[in-house]
Ligand binder design. Sequence first.
Ligand code: DAH
Length: 355
Amino acid sequence: MPQASDLKRLADDAVKEIAAAADDAALEAARVRYLSRKDGLVTAATHAIGSLPNAEKPAYGQAINEAKRRIEESLASRASELATGRIEKSLGEADDLTLPPRRVRLGRLHPISRTIREITRVLATMGFEAVEGPEVEFDYYNFEALNIPRDHPARDKFNTLWIGNPKGDDPAKPVLLRTHTSPMQIRIMEQRKPPVRVVVPGRCYRFEATDATHESIFFQYEGLAIDEQLSMADLKGVLYSFARQLFGGDRKVRFRPDYFPFTEPSAEIAFDCFVCDGAGTTNAGRCPTCAGSGWIEAAGCGMVHPEALRRVGYDPARHQGFAFGGGVERLAMLLTGTPDIRLFHENDLRYLESV
Ligand code: DAH
């Protein structure tokens, strides 16, 4: 015959077991063992009530309720103990505040970006507006409109990377990665009426073996000025001022005739080599930076060819202009004292952070 005292013992066992539960899983197992509606021990004891004489039922019923209350209470209190323990443990595992912090790396502009900003800043003082153009270009702008038709020998020196025409391979309109920024001369003149004064910095591409002064991906800047009565003297004045503002009075400037199909006359501007100071040799032999010439070519330039002016609808009798274009890396090498162009694109932060 079940008795109220059995239930007290059952509850005593349960309370002990619950107090000893090491984690949530053990606690849940104890709850199921005693209180599960289906086959918990307390539930089983409840079913037994039916076999008792009526007189004993109330006392037994009370004993059941009391057992349930005690078990539920100890389940709740053990659950809260376990939770507190978890929090305390995680607090003990908190970061060691005495550890020195990781160094915060400050970002900085790449020397090429700094040089482009410097170029456009200096030219802005002379009224040149900075604009940009497409790197994927039509043969027409890169060559044809610049007086370099399909079989012109000047094409050889550009080592062009051709690409499929993304708009459907119209064979009459070949597409390439621009080999220089000069195509923007034509695009700008097509869009604007004189006076024009722009500088175009941007990435260019050539299928080229790399060495200390050549990369297959590189940057150029292109200057263009169109107005009435512009002459070679204006070009020279702008470029000398440009060189002096960038490099101070120290660097020597060399200005001498050259040939480009889209300028007439054409010239080339160079600065004396900062590595060998123009000597062409260093202690180690031939200077690798200027290839022994003592000079670093900074830009090609000249008066815009009348044919190019006519092509965009300008009247060469009324408007003339000059253009110049050169490698940004060359100038960045001079400005940062970098002896090898590849150092700019290898992305070795130890070098990039040092210049
Ligand atoms: N685009 C030429 C090159 O990459 C350089 C150049 C020559 C640019 C003469 C000019 C210019 O604007 O007038 O070799």
